[in-house]
Design a protein around this ligand. Sequence first.
Ligand code: ACG
Length: 481
Amino acid sequence: MIFYELYLRSFYDSNDDGLGDFLGLKNKLDYLCNLGIDYVWLLPIMKSPAFHGYTVSDFYEVNPVYGTLEHLKNTLKEGHEKGLKFVLDLPINHVAVSSEWFQKALKGEEPYKNWFIWANEKADLDEIRHWDDSKIWQKIGDKYFYGIFGPASPDLNFENPELWNEIKKIFKFWLETGFDGFRLDAAKHIFDFDIEEMHFKYQHEKNVEFWKEMTKYIKSIKEDAIVISEVWDAPEIVRKYEGIFDIGFNFPIAEDLKMTLKKESPSEFNKTLIKCIPEYLPDGKVLSKSGNFLTNHDMTRILSDLKDEEKVKLGFSILYTLPGVPFIYYGEETGMKGIPKDVNFTEDSQEPFHWYENGFGPGQTEWKGYKFNPPYSGESVEEQKKDKNSILNTVKSLISFRKNNLWLENAKVEILNFDENVVELRGYDQLHEIIAYYNLKSSISSFFLQNGQELLSIGNNYIENNVISLAPFGVHIIKKK
Ligand code: ACG
């Protein structure tokens, strides 16, 4: 399985209003198929006042800027015919201020007013969330509501069982619309508030109970629906949620792999595997698959972060040889750049995806001006296609390698050897075995090469007398059986 995280507004425009839309995606399904994508993860497409869509004003309506529900259904249908599947990003931890639920709650209407959390005399109105200095209480008129993600997104109060049923209806609606699964936003935040003590507190056990019930419900509607969770936290916390979902995003590996690549350090690579994917090491047991990625829409884009195309290709090569499920954030494959100003402002890593060298042409989206990706900077599909060593063509060969070795998704891995420059990694199951050599350094590095059939080589690597000289950040993969 290969996933592609897609931001519709930036993808392809079918009606010349500058905004990407459902029919635009329908026009470009072949781009995704040719790349080798299996699942498209659509960032939120429900009605929302926000460009990112994470504050939903109506869970049963599509955002009109993207087209109609019929357009969406047609797009999903055509995608299905081409063998693609679609996962919807569903943020249910909170709603938009303009949502009917919150507006009715503000007027004191039952049951809605109990669906939110209102400050009382016990609340500390200056309390801040633990990862930055944003306040958790938001003022509206003469009231304060709990909103962990800011003043535009009141949190729902899941202490109400009737709300659980409302959420189930939403899952059912989107499965019946044609989606094949969900990316569950902010999964650790459903219960992140202590209603007795009136302050922020993660309640992982309650979250687990909630998600078990939701996942069971989703699968009762569609047996093979795929459920992916977003728990952005340290490995010991992420592990609390294992086994409930099909795939859990592996934030620790995203962070540590990038750090390893920045430090150019084989010993760090070793530590990263032990810390971040112990379940795939020889003695481990896999409960949920590891969702492996380098960046997502909340992060600095990979080329802006690593600042070196060859290093980016190395990062992808590691991702496509490790067990688990690889994810691409749109534009990573073409070398797009972008640095969000802070966690509350992701627009800068969601710039229009460029199809043309000169920055315009049919279907090109232009909902915002470019800041990081100007015309003729090499990151358009047109330019990337022409250069055989481009990131796009490298990602294509890596995906094709992965598809010829689907067993890798459930493989075991171990590091056989490493020196100051190179890592020798073994991936295996009962029937297969590969060895991958990664040069983590910006200089040419030599390493003893085992006998085997070459599967993939990235960079100007050459072999002499069982020794491979790997190009800076070069990769070489062989098949043992
Ligand atoms: C999701 C979406 C995001 C969206 C929302 C809200 C949630 O991807 O686009 O915001 O619908 C936290 C949440 C995540 C959330 C991000 C943006 N992502 O947990 O669910 O914020 C720490 C915290 C994390 C935190 C992260 C953010 O623990 O909880 O994520 O910081 O930087 C080590 C530590 C680890 C630590 C990291 C990073 O790994 O182990 O704990 O994570 O370092 O320091 C959207 C918009 C927002 C808007 C909102 C309504 O983007 O602007 O406000 O919608």
